[in-house]
Design a protein around this ligand. Structure first.
Ligand SMILES: Cc1ncc(C[n+]2csc(CCOP(=O)(O)OP(=O)(O)O)c2C)c(N)n1
Ligand SMILES: [Mg+2]
Length: 671
C-alpha cells in the first residue's frame, strides 16, 4: 500500500478547497473595491497542496517554534494569506476581518503586516523583501539546528514569490546568499504567470529564472501550478534537496475570472458585480459572498489541525531535552541579567584607561563583552569585517553547509544582509547585528524601514559615519544619512561619542525588543570623554549634559565625534571667562521620548545654542531654533557633499572645528 504521505492529491478535491480561497479573495476585493485578486486565484491550488500536504503547522499554535515558516513574498496577494489563515482556523482572524479587508482598524491590511494577526510571519508588499527575509529565516533555522539538534529545530521555510519579487535587485542578493550557504530547507514557489502590471512579462524581462537560480547554486524544478498532482510531485521532490529549491509554478493570473484571467486586468482591477457573478459560475460556487459550505470549511479546519500531533510530539521531546530551558530562553530572546554588570565593568575600565580610538573599535570592545554574555547574537558584515569591527574573538564563521557558528559573511550584499537580518529576528532565537559603511545605509534602507515598521530587534552597525572617512572621499562620506535615518519612525538611531557611550548604546539597542537600532560609529579616533565612571546608562535619555557651568551662557549640542570638539570649544570659552555647557546627544530618538521638562532643561533655556555635527543641518533647528523666525542658534556642520583628503584637512575645509564653534557662540552672544 502507498504510504499516506505519498498518495497523490485528488485534483477535484484540491480544486474545491482552492476555490474557497479564490472566492473569498474575489468577494473581499469586491467589497473593499480595491485589492489584488489575481495572485490568490492563480496560486490557490499551489497554496492548497502546500498547506494540506507539506506545511508543518498547527493553526491553534501559531507561535510553535519548530513550525514551517510560510512567507507570502508577493504581499499584494494578501487575500491568499488571509483566506488561508481563516480557513485553517488560526486564532484571532474572523470572517468579519475578511469582510473588512483594507479598512482602517482591521487586521487585514492591504498588504500583510506582521504583528496584526498570528500567522503573518513577516510584513510584505515591497517586492523582493519577503523572499529575502525568508533567506534569513532559513539561515536562522540552520543556526539553531546546529545548536539544538533535529529534535528541537528542524523545519522548512516556504515562499510564494511573484515575477516582481524575482525581478527586484534585492532578490539577486538573497538568492546568491542562500545558494552559497546551501540553505536546503528553503523552498520558493514562483508564481510563473508571465504577467505584471504593465502587461506581458516579456515587455520587461527575458530572464531564464531556472538558469539564473541554478547558477546561484539552487535546485530548480517546474510544475503545472494548476495541476494538484504535479504540484505535489515537485514539492515532494524538493523535500530532500541538498540546496535551496526554486519551483516555477506555471499559473494563470486570476484563474476563474471570466474575461480577466490571464491578463493584467486580473492583477488589481476591482472585479465589479458582473465579473464576480461570472466567477461564481465559472468556479461552480453557488454560495453567498463570504460563505464557505460546511464540508469545505470542515476540511480546511482539519488541515489546520493535522500538525497538532507533530507539535505535541515536539513538545514532548523538548520536555525531555536537557537543553529545554536554554532553548526557551533562546527562542524568547532573553537577555541574561549578567549583561548589564559586564557592560558597566567595561565602562569603568574605559573611564579609567581612557583610550583614544575610533568608536568602531570601541564597538568591537563592547561586542567582545556582549558576545561572551549572550549566545544568540549573530554578527556579520557586508564584506567590511575588518572595517566594521563586527567579528569578535572566538566568533566562529558560518560557511556553506556548516551552521555551527555566529558570524556571517554576507558578501557585498547590503540590502540582502539587512533583509536576512530581519528574517532572522522574525524567526526568533537570534539577535542579528550586521555592518556596513553608514553611507551604504541607502543600500539597505527599504529593509531598515520594514524592520522599523515591524518593530523587530535588529542592530544595524554603520561605521565610517561622516566626512571623518577622509581619503575615500564624498562617495564614501555620509552627510544626509543621519537626517534621513532619524526620519524613519520607530528606528532608534544612535551616534555615540566615545567608548563609554558606545557600550551604553549597544546595551540600549539589545534591550529594545520593539525597535530596530542603527548605531553610527566613527573611523577616526576620539578621546574618551566620559572619564567619570557612572553605573547609570546616561545615553538612555538620548541626551544629557556632559559637562557645564551653572551660569552657562552657551550650550554646545553635539553627537558622536563632534562631542569632543564641543568639549574643546567649552575649554576655549572658559579661558576667555565665558561659562558654557556641553550636551551630548547620542540618540535624538530617545531624547524625544523624555518628558518635556527634562528636554527643556537639557537644551539649556536662556543659553545660546551651537550645534556641531559633521552632517547636514536638517532636524537641528528643532533644538537650536529657527533662522527664519530669528530665534536661531548656530550650526557647525555640512552644507554640501564632502571631499577626499586626510580627515583633519577635510574637517578644516568644511570649517567644522572647535574654533568655528567658539566663533559662532561669540557671534550669538554679541547679537
Ligand atoms: C518594490 C515594489 N515596487 C513596485 C511595487 C508595485 N507592484 C505591486 S505588484 C507589482 C508587479 C506585479 O507583477 P507580479 O509581481 O508578477 O505579480 P502578479 O501581477 O503576477 O500577481 C508591482 C510593480 C511593489 N509592490 N513593490
Ligand atoms: Mg506575474
Amino acid at each position: 500500500m502507498t504510504p499516506p504521505d505519498q498518495v497523490l492529491p485528488d485534483q477535484h478535491a484540491v480544486r474545491r478547497l482552492a476555490n474557497a480561497i479564490r472566492m473569498l479573495s474575489v468577494d473581499a476585493v469586491e467589497t473593499a473595491k480595491s485589492g489584488h485578486p489575481g495572485l490568490p486565484m492563480g496560486m490557490a491550488d499551489v497554496a492548497t497542496v502546500l498547506f494540506s500536504r507539506f506545511l508543518n503547522f498547527d493553526a491553534a499554535r501559531p507561535d510553535w517554534p519548530d513550525r514551517d515558516r510560510f512567507v507570502l513574498s508577493a504581499g499584494h496577494g494578501s487575500m491568499l494569506l488571509y483566506s488561508l489563515l481563516w480557513l485553517t482556523g488560526y486564532p484571532e482572524i474572523t470572517i468579519e476581518d475578511l469582510k473588512h479587508f483594507r479598512k482602517v482598524g482591521s487586521p487585514t491590511a492591504g498588504h500583510p503586516e506582521h504583528g496584526d494577526l498570528p500567522g503573518i510571519e513577516t510584513t510584505t508588499g515591497p517586492l523582493g523583501q519577503g523572499i529575502s527575509n525568508a533567506v534569513g529565516m532559513a539561515l536562522a533555522e540552520r543556526i539553531l539546528n546546529a545548536r539544538f539538534g533535529d529534535d528541537l529545530v528542524n523545519h522548512k521555510t516556504y515562499v510564494i514569490a511573484s515575477d516582481g519579487d524575482l525581478m527586484e535587485g534585492i532578490s539577486h542578493e538573497a538568492i546568491g546568499l542562500a545558494g552559497n550557504l546551501k540553505l536546503s530547507n528553503l523552498i520558493v514557489l514562483w508564481d510563473n504567470n508571465n504577467i505584471t502590471i504593465d502587461g506581458a512579462l516579456s515587455l520587461s524581462s527575458h530572464t531564464d529564472q531556472l538558469e539564473r537560480f541554478e547558477s546561484e547554486g539552487w535546485a530548480v524544478d517546474s510544475c503545472d501550478g494548476l495541476d494538484a498532482a504535479d504540484i505535489f510531485r515537485a514539492l515532494q521532490k524538493a523535500q530532500n534537496a541538498d540546496r535551496p529549491v526554486l519551483i516555477a509554478c506555471r499559473t494563470i493570473i486570476g484563474f476563474g475570472m471570466p474575461g480577466r484571467q490571464g491578463t493584467q486586468k486580473a492583477h488589481s482591477d476591482a472585479p465589479g458585480a458582473d465579473v464576480v457573478a461570472g466567477t461564481r459560475k465559472e468556479l461552480d460556487w453557488p454560495y453567498e459572498p463570504f460563505v464557505v459550505p460546511d464540508d469545505i470549511l470542515n476540511e480546511w479546519r482539519a488541515i489546520g489541525t493535522t500538525g497538532a500531533k507533530v507539535c505535541d510530539a515536539w513538545a514532548g521531546r523538548k520536555a525531555q531535552s536537557k537543553q529545554a530551558r536554554e532553548f526557551d530562553d533562546t527562542i524568547n530572546d532573553v537577555i541574561p541579567a549578567s549583561l548589564s554588570p559586564a557592560l558597566v565593568k567595561l565602562k569603568e575600565q574605559l573611564s579609567t584607561e581612557r583610550p583614544k580610538a575610533g568608536t568602531r573599535k570601541m564597538s568591537e570592545k563592547a561586542l567582545d563583552v556582549i558576545n561572551a554574555e549572550l549566545q544568540n547574537t549573530v554578527g556579520g558584515s557586508a564584506d567590511l569585517t575588518p572595517s566594521n569591527n563586527t567579528r569578535t574573538k572566538g566568533l566562529i564563521e558560518i560557511s556553506p553547509g556548516n551552521y555551527n557558528g555566529r558570524y556571517i559573511h554576507y558578501g557585498i550584499r547590503e540590502h540582502g544582509m539587512a533583509a536576512a537580518m530581519n528574517g532572522m529576528a522574525l524567526h526568533g532565537g537570534i539577535i542579528p547585528y550586521g555592518g556596513t559603511f553608514l553611507v551604504f545605509s541607502d543600500y539597505c534602507r527599504p529593509s531598515i524601514r520594514l524592520a522599523a515598521l515591524m518593530g523587530i530587534r535588529v542592530v544595524f552597525v554603520m561605521t565610517h559615519d561622516s566626512i571623518g572617512v577622509g581619503e575615500d572621499g564624498p562617495t564614501h562620506q555620509p552627510v544626509e544619512h543621519l537626517a534621513a535615518l532619524r526620519a524613519i519612525p520607530n528606528l532608534k538611531v544612535f551616534r555615540p561619542a566615545d567608548g563609554v557611550e558606545t557600550a551604553e548604546c549597544w546595551e540600549l539597542a539589545l534591550r529594545d525588543t520593539t525597535s530596530p537600532s542603527l548605531i553610527a560609529f566613527s573611523r577616526q579616533d576620539v578621546p574618551t570623554l566620559r572619564v567619570q565612571h557612572t553605573a547609570e546608562n546616561l545615553s538612555a535619555k538620548g541626551a544629557y549634559e556632559l559637562e557645564g557651568d551653572a551660569d552657562a551662557k552657551v550650550t554646545f549640542l553635539a553627537t558622536g565625534t563632534e562631542v569632543s570638539m564641543a568639549v574643546e570649544a567649552r575649554a576655549k570659552l572658559a579661558a576667555e571667562g565665558i561659562p558654557s555647557r556641553v550636551v551630548s546627544m547620542p540618540s535624538w530618538t530617545l531624547f524625544e521620548e523624555q518628558p518635556e521638562d527634562y528636554r527643556r532643561k537639557v537644551l539649556g533655556p536662556g543659553t545660546v545654542k551651537v550645534a556641531i555635527e559633521a552632517a547636514v543641518r536638517q532636524g537641528w533647528d528643532r533644538y537650536i531654533g529657527s533662522e527664519l523666525l530669528g530665534t536661531a542658534g548656530a550650526f557647525v556642520g555640512m552644507h554640501s557633499f564632502g571631499a577626499s583628503g586626510p580627515y583633519k584637512d577635510v574637517y578644516a575645509k568644511f570649517g567644522i572645528s572647535a574654533d568655528a564653534a567658539v566663533a559662532a557662540a561669540k557671534r550669538l552672544l554679541e547679537k
